[in-house]
Design a protein around this ligand. Structure first.
Ligand SMILES: *Cc1c(COP(=O)(O)O)cnc(C)c1O
Length: 397
C-alpha cells in the first residue's frame, strides 16, 4: 500500500500516507502528467532558482522579518517570534506561490494563466505576477465572493486580469475551483492552472509546498541569528488549504523535536454545524483531484463550510496535512470566529500589528497551549488585516 514511506514527504506516486494522488478527468490526464514530469526539473534548475530568488527579494520584499514579539511573549509565557508574511507585496504569503508558478508556466511555454480565488487574495497575487510577466490572466471567483470582495475584483481588473463570476453551487471557492478545472479541460495545451494552496492533484501540493518553503528556510537562519540555534521548539500556522503552514514547517517536518501546531477554523464551534474544521470533522474522500479529508454528509455530499474568514472556509485540506494529522505529527486546534477576532485585537493592542483574519486563527490557538518560559515558538502571520477591517469593526469584542 502507499503510505509505507517513513517520512512526511510525498511519495514518487504522489501520496502522503493514504492521502493525495491525482484523480482527474481523462482530458486533463496529459496536462497533469506533463506538469508532474517537468516541475522538479524546472524548479530545481539553476536558471529558475536564480530568477525566483531575485524576484522574491526585489519584488516581493523577502526575506520577511522574524520579529521577537516581547509583549506577546510575556502574555503567553514563552519566547514568541512572528514570521511576518503580512509584509510581503500584495499582503500575504500568496505572492511566493504566484511568482513561482507563473515563472514555471513561462518555462513550460504557456502564455495563458488561469486561477481560482475565494477571498480574492490568490487572484490578486496571480494577476499581479501576470502583469509583471505580460501573461494573459483569467480568474474564476464565485458570484457571492465577487460581491463580498469588491475591492479585490477591482484590483484584479486594474492589473489587467479578467474576472469570471461563477454562478453554480454556493457561488464560492469550491465552485470557482470547479469552473477553473472546466476551463483547463477546454484549453489543455496553451493554459497553465495556478492552484492557490497545497491542494489539488499531485504534483500541486508538493509544488506549492516547495515554493512556499522559503518561509521555513528563512525561519531557520533568522533564528540562528537571533537565538544561536536553527530550529524552534514549536511552529504554529493557520490552515485553509495549508500552504502557509506547509511553507513554515517544510524544513522541520522530519525533526520530531519540533512541535507542529495547526489552527483550523471552528467558525461558530466544531459541533455547531457552522464551521470549517476539516481535520476535526472530515472523512476520507476525493475533492478537486486529491484523496484527503473532506467535510461531507452521510451520502458523501460535500458540506458547505463556514468561517468568518473567507480564506479558511474550504471543505477540504491539503493531503500533506491530512497525513500529518492522521499520524499524530501535527496537533490541530480548532479556533472559533470569536477567539480569532479577540486574538487579532490582542495582537493589534500589544504589538501594533493588525493581522489577517486567517492568521488570527493561529494567534487564537496560543491560549490553548502550555509553554515553558524558554520555549522558542515561531508563529506565521500569513497576511495583513487591511482587507478585514469591516469584519473587525462589526465583530469588535
Ligand atoms: C489564503 C490565505 C490563507 C489560507 O491559505 P493556506 O493555503 O492555508 O495558507 C491564510 N492566510 C492568508 C492571509 C491568506 O490570504
Amino acid at each position: 500500500m502507499e503510505g509505507q514511506d517513513n517520512n512526511y514527504r510525498v511519495s514518487p506516486e504522489g501520496y502522503y500516507g493514504t492521502f493525495g494522488g491525482a484523480y482527474v478527468p481523462e482530458i486533463l490526464h496529459r496536462c497533469v502528467e506533463e506538469l508532474r514530469e517537468s516541475y522538479l526539473r524546472v524548479i530545481e534548475s539553476e536558471a529558475f532558482m536564480q530568477e525566483f530568488s531575485t524576484l522574491l527579494r526585489d519584488y516581493a520584499g523577502r526575506p520577511s522579518p522574524l520579529y521577537h514579539a516581547a509583549r506577546m511573549s510575556e502574555r503567553y509565557g514563552c519566547r514568541l517570534y512572528l514570521k511576518r508574511e503580512d509584509l510581503n507585496h500584495t499582503g500575504s504569503h500568496k505572492i511566493n506561490n504566484a511568482l513561482g508558478q507563473v515563472l514555471l508556466a513561462r518555462h513550460m511555454g504557456r502564455r495563458r494563466v488561469i486561477a481560482e480565488t475565494g477571498a480574492g487574495q490568490h487572484g490578486v497575487a496571480v494577476a499581479t505576477v501576470c502583469a509583471l510577466m505580460g501573461m494573459e490572466c483569467m480568474i474564476y471567483m464565485g458570484r457571492t465572493d465577487t460581491e463580498r470582495q469588491r475591492a479585490n475584483v477591482e484590483k484584479i481588473r486594474m492589473l489587467g486580469g479578467e474576472v469570471t463570476p461563477v454562478e453554480s453551487g454556493n457561488m464560492t471557492l469550491k465552485d470557482a475551483t470547479n469552473e477553473a478545472i472546466r476551463d483547463w479541460c477546454r484549453h489543455p495545451s496553451d493554459t497553465y492552472y495556478v492552484i492557490g494552496s497545497t491542494v489539488g492533484p499531485h504534483p500541486y501540493p508538493d509544488l506549492v509546498a516547495r515554493l512556499q518553503s522559503v518561509i521555513g528556510r528563512e525561519i531557520s537562519w533568522q533564528l540562528q541569528e537571533h537565538e544561536g540555534r536553527d530550529r524552534p521548539d514549536c511552529l504554529m500556522a493557520c490552515v485553509g488549504g495549508g500552504s502557509n503552514a506547509a511553507g513554515t514547517i517544510y524544513p522541520f517536518v522530519d525533526d520530531e523535536r519540533v512541535r507542529i501546531v495547526l489552527a483550523e477554523a471552528a467558525g461558530c464551534g466544531v459541533e455547531s454545524g457552522r464551521s470549517a474544521a476539516t481535520l476535526h470533522l472530515g472523512l476520507p474522500g476525493i475533492i478537486h483531484g486529491a484523496r484527503t479529508l473532506v467535510m461531507q454528509d452521510n451520502d458523501g455530499q460535500i458540506e458547505e463550510p463556514y468561517s468568518i474568514s473567507a480564506g479558511l472556509d474550504y471543505p477540504g485540506i491539503g493531503p500533506m496535512h491530512a497525513n500529518l494529522f492522521a499520524r499524530g505529527r501535527a496537533e490541530v486546534v480548532a479556533v472559533t470566529d470569536r477567539e480569532a477576532v479577540e486574538a487579532a485585537y490582542e495582537l493589534t493592542r500589544l504589538e501594533g500589528i493588525i493581522p489577517a483574519l486567517e492568521s488570527a486563527h493561529a494567534l487564537g490557538a496560543l491560549g490553548r497551549l502550555r509553554f515553558g518560559p524558554d520555549e522558542l515558538v515561531v508563529l506565521t502571520v500569513s497576511g495583513r488585516g487591511d482587507k478585514d477591517m469591516e469584519t473587525y469593526l462589526s465583530a469588535k469584542p
